[in-house]
Design a protein. Structure first.
Length: 178
């Protein structure tokens, strides 16, 4: 009698979880893949949201906002923040107001456009974000720790190929997708 392949058991278990439970054996492989990617993304995001809230009393959108500013030490215009975060200007204004009250960001007059503000992390905001980002990175490493390094690299590469293909489709839509 041969032993069951543990990776096969995990795959069977995964078929019963989350979004994937909505699919059935006759569904196209692409649909099943989409549902599996959605399930994984949702599960990881939910865990990160919970940990950010518990450990730092911050929401994921606020963390993402601070991450954008951290990448741009010279600051960003509010409209740029809105575009990068894919949220409305009103959402950015509300978060900016909150983080400014907490001393994590500051607004500076834009010398090129007196109607616009540039938002920057304060020193306190930079220190706070660095502490959060360090733990965030460890959480991600922990969540992916069950996968061999070569599997992570393969998934990264394959999803990169998918991203390129999706961007090309957006740039050159077919008649059916219009």
């Amino acid at each position: 009698m041969s032993k069951a392949d543990p990776s096969r058991t995990l795959l069977n278990d995964a078929d019963e979880l989350g979004h994937e439970a909505r699919s059935n054996g006759g569904d196209h492989a692409a649909l099943k893949l989409w549902l599996r990617m959605l399930a994984c993304t949702t599960q990881i995001e939910d865990e990160i949201r919970k940990r950010l809230r518990t450990r730092f009393d911050i929401s994921l959108p606020r963390f993402d906002y601070m991450a954008q500013l951290y990448r741009q030490p010279e600051g960003l215009k509010m409209s740029e923040l809105s575009r990068f975060l894919m949220v409305t200007g009103g959402n950015v204004t509300g978060v900016t107001d909150e983080l400014e009250r907490e001393g994590l960001v500051s607004r500076i007059n834009n010398p090129q456009d007196r109607r616009a503000w540039i938002v920057c992390l304060t020193d306190k905001g930079r220190d706070t974000f660095e502490a959060m980002a360090e733990e965030h990175e460890q959480w991600i490493l922990e969540l992916f720790a069950g996968l061999p390094a070569n599997t992570v690299q393969q998934l990264y590469s394959q999803l990169g190929t998918l991203r390129v293909q999706l961007v090309r489709q957006q740039d050159n839509p077919t008649k059916d997708s219009k």
